[in-house]
Design a protein around this ligand. Structure first.
Ligand code: DAT
Ligand code: MG
Length: 151
């Protein structure tokens, strides 16, 4: 093999991402299923903790969505029970977990994804889509700092 794509490879950096099993996932007993998929994909669990979110934590975590019509329902939903917060690690894990999670809208999320296989529209003001995954290295660093100040 001689093409640049195969010869020109700097080793990709090991990344970390924040995964949340949201209160719907915890309530429905799907925490283990989400962890299973992360591990089956080959990523490593670095931290995992069941936490009750607070309004202050959620205001920081979801600051980008403040003012949107679903913001109030989103915060209320995220306060409705415990969340399993997880830090997962591996090359490409930020994009890789977003692929495992599937599209935001669980009705449209592809079968084979967490949201596509396990989520649905419940007729509520906020989509209950089981999981969160950081969307960039900057978001991952910020969100891990919020949920795991000691990691
Ligand atoms: P994602 O969680 O895929 O990164 P996001 O950051 O745009 O999606 O939104 C955060 C959460 O808010 C999302 O997981 C579900 C909810 N949400 C997003 N857009 C919505 C909409 N148009 N109607 C209802 N809920 C929505
Ligand atoms: Mg997001």
């Amino acid at each position: 093999m001689t093409d640049a794509a195969t010869t020109d490879t700097a080793a990709p950096a090991i990344e970390r991402t924040l995964v949340l099993v949201k209160p719907d996932g915890v309530r429905r007993g799907l925490s283990g299923e989400v962890l299973r998929r992360i591990e089956a994909k080959g990523y490593t669990l670095v931290a995992a903790e069941l936490k009750q979110a607070t309004p202050e934590l959620l205001a920081a975590h979801y600051a980008e969505h403040e003012g949107k019509p679903f913001y109030g329902p989103l915060v209320e939903f995220m306060l409705s029970g415990p969340t399993l917060a997880v830090v997962a690690e591996g090359q490409g894990v930020i994009t890789g977990f977003r692929s495992l999670a599937g599209a935001t809208n669980p009705t449209e999320a592809a079968p084979g994804t967490i949201r596509g296989d396990l989520g649905r529209d419940w007729g509520l003001k906020v989509q209950q889509n089981l999981v969160h995954g950081s969307d960039s290295p900057e978001s991952a660093a910020r969100e891990i700092g919020l949920w795991f100040p000691h990691v």
